[in-house]
Design a protein around this ligand. Structure first.
Ligand SMILES: NC(=O)c1ccc[n+]([C@@H]2O[C@H](COP(=O)([O-])OP(=O)(O)OC[C@H]3O[C@@H](n4cnc5c(N)ncnc54)[C@H](O)[C@@H]3O)[C@@H](O)[C@H]2O)c1
Length: 362
């Protein structure tokens, strides 16, 4: 079967792991690369032996490219995805799907109109850690899930990211930047969401960059930096999610699921591996569970592979635009609930992604 010809747009920080993981895979080939800054694309093309460096418009117009991986900044996600779909290409976009719900809807509508697929990061839920958790829940290890807690507690990316301004713009902040990992994991393990309650605050109007090369520069904060949400799932389970760029230290777990027959300690959903810990009803100790699935190292791009395979077999892809839109609405809903002082009722839903059969993506 013909290889899926992929064009990558966006050559920043996250592009390396995609380009590293996607090279030499069967069934797909990264044939071209582009960035707003041509030099950045040249550099990545050299490093990962990508045949062609193009201007963004050229890549979008190239009829031989079937799928675009959109690794631009969040503010450019919708525009680049819409242009790629318009020119007949499937799209896989880094998270979030878009900044506004309107743009997210436009991306899904355009894909439907054109008969094309949209996929979206995160794909960490396809890693061995989170797939093992899913299998445990499906096998009844904790009974019926009734609640979950999830915490992303940190002090922001300005200490390590070379270009951290975008994290404090509208459409970023701790919830839009990190929430997708936690929410996608929760939906994968528990199911879709029906209602939200939130509280959010801006703790400091300005942040100081301490990473290089912009050390000492100030960032104006345009989005809440501490966001707490209560999540009512469609199946009745109740989740608590706190995301923060304001916390210096915390011993809270990444993610735990509580069931009628036990508790599950889920690994960091921004990783692909473990540890996975289980404590059954009546037992005093947590027991580490062996992985049932592979892909436990940094496997970013596994969602693209799943999508390429789905395109060939006609089945549904797991890291779907529908799932990413539901996640986007949850993040907006938590902020809106905080602003309005009332519950937010979800208007979208999504299918819970199918478990992976084993370590192989077929
Ligand atoms: N850095 C990480 O650790 C990380 C991890 C997971 C996901 N992500 C996500 O990946 C995306 C990119 O993040 P990053 O850290 O690589 O950002 P970055 O700022 O390092 O890189 C973004 C790149 O996109 C290019 N770009 C911006 N607008 C463009 C446009 N309209 N057309 C073409 N190119 C454009 C920029 O020139 C830059 O090279 C974001 O959505 C982010 O949320 C980042």
């Amino acid at each position: 079967m013909d290889k899926t010809r992929i064009g990558v747009i966006g050559c920043g920080n996250i592009s390396d792991i995609y380009l590293k993981n996607l090279r030499e895979l069967e069934g797909l080939e990264v044939v071209a690369i582009a960035d707003l800054y041509y030099d950045k694309a040249i550099e990545k093309a050299r490093e990962y032996a990508i045949p062609e460096v193009l201007e963004v418009d050229q890549l979008l117009e190239d009829k031989s490219i079937n799928l675009v991986i959109n690794l631009t900044i969040p503010a450019a996600h919708a525009d680049v995805s819409l242009r790629a779909l318009e020119s007949g290409k499937h799209v896989y976009v880094e998270k979030p799907l878009a900044i506004s719900l309107e743009d997210g809807k436009r991306v899904l509508a355009k894909a439907e109109e054109k008969g094309l697929l949209v996929g979206s990061a995160p794909d960490t839920f396809l890693g061995g850690g989170l797939q093992t958790c899913k299998k445990l829940i499906e096998d009844g290890a904790i009974g019926e899930p009734i609640a979950a807690t999830a915490f992303m507690m940190g002090h922001g990316p300005e200490s390590w990211h070379p270009d951290p301004e975008f994290f404090y713009r509208v459409g970023a902040g701790p919830m839009f930047d990190m929430g997708p990992y936690y929410l996608t994991a929760l939906i994968n393990l528990i199911g879709p969401v029906r209602r939200l309650t939130g509280s959010a605050r801006v703790t400091s109007p300005e942040r100081k960059i301490t990473s290089e090369p912009k050390f000492g520069e100030k960032i104006k904060v345009e989005t809440p930096t501490h966001v707490a949400g209560i999540i009512d799932f469609e199946n009745g389970a109740i989740g608590t999610l706190v995301t923060s760029f304001d916390v210096w230290g915390s011993k809270t777990p990444f993610l735990e699921i509580y069931g009628t027959e036990g508790s599950l300690s889920v690994p960091d959903p921004n990783t692909f591996g473990g540890p996975v810990l289980l404590r059954k009803s009546g037992e005093l100790e947590w027991v580490e569970v062996a992985f049932t699935h592979g892909s436990i190292e940094n496997s970013r791009g596994i969602g693209v592979i799943d999508m390429v395979n789905a395109l060939k077999s006609g089945r549904l892809h797991r890291a779907s635009g529908e799932l990413a839109y539901h996640v986007l609405e949850i993040m907006h809903g938590i902020h809106e609930s905080s602003l309005k002082g009332e519950h937010y009722h979800m208007t979208s839903t999504c299918r819970q992604p199918e478990s992976l059969p084993s370590s192989i993506l077929s």
